[in-house]
Design a protein around this ligand. Structure first.
Ligand code: FEO
Ligand code: CA
Ligand code: CA
Ligand code: CA
Length: 639
């Protein structure tokens, strides 16, 4: 036995070894009953994404903290933030629990049973309310210089496989024991989805000619998901994960002339050096493989044997994530944006209504094809404060066979080209979306766009009003009547940046504590909007960023508009992932890439990696990690 990161005993079982017999009693009961009534009730009874804006005043009770550039994690007085399940900790899969080695000498096979790198979007799914649940999270990408014991000094298939195993999604079972959260290990729910896990293709792109490869001539099963950025959850208890910057994994050779590949930004070489040892990522040899990424992946965490599904009806994009609203007649509306300069915001409206559990099916199983049928729209923000949802339907308007859109599959695979043809609004990098279900309102962070109005790029427009938008903004819209409306009214909620230290043509209007580059956005059940930032390490503390500090998390009481800084992260990290237990008394947040170097390729001993978080000076190398945030008095977070 060894100690896990959180101090609990973990069996140091090697890969493929038999299950150890140290279940705790509660675990045994649940296993005996299979998913059982408790699990079904917990998953079936969730209120989904709906935000219950309780009547009366909502209040922020904490004192805002100062901006910080130090290598410290700071929260307000009266709060604790405890690192939990960092990169390398065994997830507790039945297949084995290889212990983390601080010199990063874990093998690829071991990494496939451990927490991945670069924790990102995340959601807590209750099993027993606020006491026990599944924490599901994305691992967006890796810093190969840190991932391998000798950094990038050599490069091999084993290193590619370890890099692939560090990507994807983790499902862990967690439990609050005597006021402290622990991972339940082993757990039948614990699993890793990596860049090599088989994933089904659902919806109109399944079987499309552009999805077929030599290894998958039917175009219906893809190996893996990666660059999983933000996460959403559905009212039927599943997890939605966005495949964001997939293009960085593929190499296209010297001359990329294919207009489709050019539109999707295929590069000559890959940033992640997978194609050097894995031909799947060589876009010359396997030109269709890249079309199989850029989707929203749906995972049913309650069924550890479930195969995740790429929901192609939601459109292909550099998906940040996906977030679900419910129409008055109980259909699902999924909002998503693509975090890329001058790309689009989408929504999908399901054809069918959300079904309840029954006939032996859980609610997740009853809705297993809900996101495969419906209509996809792209947003157009007009100068008069109104907007339109433009349908991406094959055969309608410019989306004809002659223009390359012979089928719905063609439209969703080429969603960018379809949106170009329809005249959607090219946005400043749409990141997270937060839905106010009760008010029919939707918020979207637009993190920044340094290239707006530069050279031949599009200039400012009403929705994206700042040239060289280094600071970012948050846009808000209200659907006409219901979430499936074809039109809406929009406004800017906040223009980020320091109003005292900005160009005259790019003034911000924050009321309260300063921030830049909004990314994460979560509306809690009390009507507090939580904002998380992702400014580049190279810019922090300089120029327009001088008074803003490092990346941080802030809270805004939507009733007053006042913004208050809640958390400052360690050096060169990004703050992301935000989810609560149902009682609101535990908040889980992710710290991504502490100690990131500008190149992300440096030697692990590079002095630029000055973050020692979370392990301290003796720990070896910085690690992305979840945080468990609580109030010392046990109260609701934010009060
Ligand atoms: Fe992965 Fe757009 O942040
Ligand atoms: Ca993000
Ligand atoms: Ca980032
Ligand atoms: Ca970002």
């Amino acid at each position: 036995m060894g100690k896990g990161f959180d101090g609990t005993e973990i069996s140091n079982v090697s890969v493929g070894a038999a299950l150890p017999h140290d279940f705790d009693a509660g675990r045994r009961v649940l296993l005996k009953g299979g998913l059982g009534a408790a699990m079904a009730a917990a998953f079936g009874g969730m209120s989904g994404c709906s935000t219950l804006l309780s009547g009366g005043a909502v209040k922020i009770g904490f004192k805002g903290i100062a901006a910080s550039l130090s290598d410290a994690l700071i929260v307000p007085d009266g709060y604790t933030a405890t690192p939990f399940m960092p990169w390398g900790e065994p997830v507790g899969a039945l297949a084995g629990m290889p212990a983390w080695k601080s010199d990063a000498s874990n093998t690829a096979a071991e990494q496939a049973l451990q927490m991945g790198m670069h924790h990102d979007g995340m959601h807590y799914f209750p099993i027993d309310g606020s006491k026990r649940g599944l924490l599901v999270m994305n691992h967006e990408y890796v810093d190969d210089g840190l991932l391998h014991a000798d950094g990038m000094k050599t490069w091999s298939l084993e290193k590619v496989r370890k890099s692939q195993a560090s990507h994807g999604i983790s499902v862990i079972e967690i439990e609050d024991k005597n006021g402290q959260w622990h991972a339940v290990r082993p757990s039948r729910f614990a699993r890793r989805i990596t860049a090599n896990t088989p994933i089904k293709v659902g919806g109109p792109a399944a079987g499309n000619a552009m999805m077929k490869t030599a290894a998958d001539p039917s175009g219906t099963t893809v190996l893996g998901t990666f660059n999983n950025c933000a996460a959403g959850m559905t009212p039927w208890g599943t997890y939605l994960s966005g495949e964001e910057n997939f293009r960085f994994y593929f190499a296209g050779g010297e001359n990329i002339t294919d207009p489709h590949m050019k539109r999707w930004g295929l590069n000559k070489g890959a940033f992640f050096r997978w194609p050097e040892h894995d031909e799947r990522f060589d876009a010359i040899k396997n030109p269709n493989e890249i079309n199989r990424f850029g989707w929203v992946v749906e995972l049913d965490p309650a069924d550890p044997n479930s195969i995740p599904v790429k929901r192609t009806a939601l459109g292909r994009a550099a998906h940040e994530g996906a977030w679900v609203a419910i129409t008055k007649d109980n259909r699902a509306v999924v909002y998503s944006g693509e975090d890329a300069r001058f790309e689009y915001i989408y929504k999908f409206v399901s054809r069918d209504k959300i079904r309840e559990a029954g006939n032996g099916l859980t609610k997740a199983q009853a809705n297993s094809e809900l996101l495969d049928h419906g209509t996809l729209y792209v947003a157009r923000f007009d100068a008069d404060g109104r907007g339109r949802w433009l349908p991406l339907v094959a055969g309608v308007g410019p989306l004809t066979a002659a223009n390359g859109f012979a089928s719905t599959g063609d439209v969703v695979i080429k969603a960018r080209q379809a949106s170009d043809a329809l005249g959607g609004t090219k946005m400043d990098r749409p990141e997270w979306i937060a839905i106010d279900q009760a008010r029919g309102e939707v918020y979207c962070t637009l993190t920044n766009n340094s290239q707006r109005g530069v050279d031949d790029n599009p200039g400012v427009d009403a929705a994206n009003p700042r040239a060289r938008n280094n600071m970012g903004h948050i846009i808000k819209w209200k659907e006409d009547n219901d979430f499936d409306a074809l039109s809406f009214s929009w406004s800017h909620w906040v223009l980020a940046g320091d109003p005292a230290n900005q160009r005259a043509d790019a003034k911000g209007n924050i009321r309260g504590d300063l921030f830049a580059c909004p990314d994460g956005l979560t509306l809690d059940d009390r009507g507090i909007m939580w904002i998380q930032t992702d400014a580049a390490a190279a810019e922090m503390g300089k120029g327009e960023f001088q008074n803003i500090g490092g990346n941080q998390m802030l809270a805004c009481d939507l009733a007053t508009g006042d913004i208050r800084r809640f958390l400052a992260g360690p050096a060169n990290c990004e703050i992301t992932g935000c989810t609560f237990t149902p009682d609101g008394r535990t908040m889980f947040v992710n710290i991504q890439h502490p100690g990131e170097t500008p190149s992300e390729r440096g030697d692990p001993s590079d002095p630029m990696r000055f973050s020692k978080w979370p392990d301290g000076a003796s720990g070896g190398r910085p690690r992305s990690s979840t945080l468990v945030i609580r109030k010392v008095d046990g109260g609701v977070i934010g009060t």
